[in-house]
Design a binder for this molecule. Structure first.
Ligand code: ZN
Length: 445
């Protein structure tokens, strides 16, 4: 199973990574390893609105009608439109990033709804690890971090909902806190990939989600195909969403998901420098495509079939290579009712959890007072026990990586957790995988 996690190209790059400096492109200065991340300093002046929870909930969570959140919209660009890049806030981020770390890749052309023009792209070579074209999740560029796209352990189900929080004026009966209350009833935590425009439209729902123990991640401001946006617009889409989540809930997300999965090395590199790991999926319910507000024409019976098939495969032992990260949506009545229908069935067969739990990411935010449960035995802890604790647990059943290029040895001095648990987990897998591959080669000869 572990061997499948590493592509031959990765193996090669690990072996010779240190010799690849500057080899990618004459106009780029590419580092031989993934650059360290740091807490986004350009958000340090954003004051969260009062009344938020300040730690992961250890007991009962709030349910029922939402309280109002004292949030003012006036400092934000219009929702659901490409945000301007000339604001001083966005310009400050652009200035703070190291653009020598961002590959010089052509900006794609896109229509509406994730329809990106892939004409002329070399799928076979896939030089840009462009997910939309090839499903690539692991770049061959040594300075680009891998994506999270599944759970390592078979039987784990990373529960993720995109496009929320669902505001009341969209689909009132199905708006939040309906799904959050349902999840609380079923003692279930999930990863929520939030659209910034929805966060400012439903701030009370966003803060409820954090108080309920879900993991909040970014899903951009206006939901475009990100590989079709200029560097500046990519920054603006990510900045306004991070800022909205921080101002409304008090946390700074370390994870994001590209709309339509549309990501390449250029977009990955920018998101990484803005403090986030890219998270995609390996099972797609296609639930967004069912009839409903903002939906399509897919028969719900097809989506039912997907869920049943995954449950059957796990139950009969054929699904035993890895766990999964599964794409669902809090988008409209169809997606929410489908979530309610299938969660109890999934829980019977899979261990269901947010994606960060199956990757042993205790701190999914740059604020380290939120400590989440992980798969390797550590449970949620009160912040006092975790403050100033820089040790990061290894992935389940594996030894900790001593890779000197890991961020812990490169980082220094910022205000919060400077290591990336996501990277560490993946690095650990890669390290162990490489070791096993090496041993396999020795045995062969
Ligand atoms: Zn989406």
């Amino acid at each position: 199973m572990l061997l499948r996690l590493i592509a031959p190209t990765t193996f090669l790059s690990l072996l010779v990574g240190s010799f690849l400096v500057g080899a990618q492109n004459a106009t780029e200065t590419i580092e031989a390893s993934i650059p360290p991340q740091s807490s986004p300093v350009w958000l340090s002046n954003i004051q969260p609105i009062p009344g938020n929870t300040d730690s992961y909930p250890l007991g009962d969570v709030p349910t029922g009608p939402l309280e109002t959140a004292p949030f003012a919209l006036q400092n934000y660009p219009p929702g659901w439109k490409s945000p301007p890049v000339d604001s001083p806030d966005v310009q400050a981020v652009i200035k703070a990033l190291d653009w020598s770390q961002v590959p010089n890749i052509t900006v794609r052309k896109a229509g509406k709804g994730g329809d990106v023009d892939m004409g002329g792209y070399d799928d076979k070579a896939d030089p840009d690890c462009w997910w939309t074209a090839t499903g690539c999740t692991q770049s061959t560029r040594p300075n680009i971090p891998p994506d999270i796209f599944n759970c390592p352990i078979p039987g784990d189900w990373g529960l993720t909902y995109d496009d929320g929080p669902l505001p009341e004026d969209d689909d009132s009966q199905w708006a939040e806190p309906r799904l959050y209350d349902f999840l609380a009833e079923h003692k279930q935590k999930a990863s929520l990939f939030y659209i910034g425009s929805n966060v400012i439209a439903a701030p009370a729902a966003a803060r409820r989600a954090l108080a309920d123990g879900h993991t909040l991640c970014s899903h951009t401001w206006s939901h475009p195909s990100m590989t079709a946006q200029s560097n500046e617009v990519v920054v603006a889409e990510l900045y306004w969403t991070l800022r909205a989540i921080k101002e409304v809930t008090g946390v700074t997300a370390k994870c994001w998901r590209p709309p339509y999965g549309d990501v390449d090395d250029r977009v990955r590199a920018i998101a990484w420098q803005m403090g986030m790991t890219t998270v995609t999926w390996d099972l797609d319910t296609d639930d967004w495509n069912m009839p409903g507000s903002g939906g399509g024409h897919l028969s719900p019976s097809v989506v039912d079939g997907y869920f049943q098939g995954w449950i059957d495969s796990r139950a009969n032992g054929t699904d035993n290579a890895t766990g999964h990260v599964v794409l669902q949506h809090e988008l409209n009545n169809s997606t929410v009712s489908m979530a309610e229908k299938w969660l109890p069935e999934i829980q019977k067969v899979f261990r269901v959890m947010p994606h960060n739990q199956c990757h042993n990411i205790q701190n999914p935010y740059w604020e380290t007072n939120f400590v989440y449960p992980t798969n390797n035995g550590s449970s949620a802890a009160i912040p006092e026990q975790q403050n100033n604790n820089s040790s990061v647990p290894a992935a389940s059943g594996e030894v900790a990586s001593s890779d000197p290029s890991s961020p812990s040895s490169l980082s220094s001095g910022q205000d919060t957790d400077m290591t990336s648990n996501a990277y560490r987990t993946i690095a650990t897998h890669t390290y162990v995988s490489t070791l096993l591959l090496f041993l396999g080669l020795i045995v062969q000869y």
